[in-house]
Design a protein around this ligand. Sequence first.
Ligand code: GUN
Length: 265
Amino acid sequence: MIIKDYVLQEKEKIRNKVSNMGIKPHLVIVQVNDDEASSTYVRGKLKDCEEVGVRADLIRLAVTASQEELLSVIEKLNHDPDVHGFIVQMPLPKQINEDIIKAAVAPSKDVDGFHPLSKMDPCTPKGIIDYLTSEGIDFTGKNAVVIGRSNIVGKPMARLLTAKNCNTTVLHSKTRPEDMAFYLEHADIVVVAIGKKEFLTGEHLKKTAVVVDVGINRFEGKLYGDAKAGLDVALQTPVPGGVGLLTRLTLIKNLLEAYSHGIQN
Ligand code: GUN
């Protein structure tokens, strides 16, 4: 099933579940930038929440806000029993240290899954695993190649694929082209998250390969993935209308998980 339809179907299931909940799960998004791309993501997340009947609020801080101001907002949210999960939208302005902010979010409310002790997995990698699973992809013993080693996608993606019994290799911008070719020739699953427009050309890939494209590259008013569109492979996720939708879906799934932890405690 294409991602758009899969996400609609999953959201319908969540909407039914939430409609039976007395106290609605409550998400807060903190945005400290005035970045156009971030604002688009945030609007999408708020819209998703509304569609499934989940409560969502946006707290906006000025782009000049200090790290202390943001930490005090986080501290309040950590202790607010009315808030089940929250995220701080990245990137942050340069006077604020992202690692300090990620570490300040209570692991039980960290629906982004950014904290090392978070109870939830990061949204993009988890969304990808769930979607490929729904497509009947068998992970055990498969050669998975992750291109990109970011903390948000590449590293946790490799961890989750390995947990699914893949033989996982992480490649990156410093990988030599001949090595890139070697690993791609053997790859069954390729997740490309390197942030370079049409980096993956399809050369060296098996026709049976599965390609997951995490790239969002804006160029002359159009969106491009990290892979060329229309590769001759078994499955390729589109850009736009691909992984971004899975990330947003998983944020809501993580919120429901944080909610159920909160109710039990
Ligand atoms: N910026 C880009 N992607 C994300 C995400 O998944 N979560 C947050 N908090 N910020 C982001």
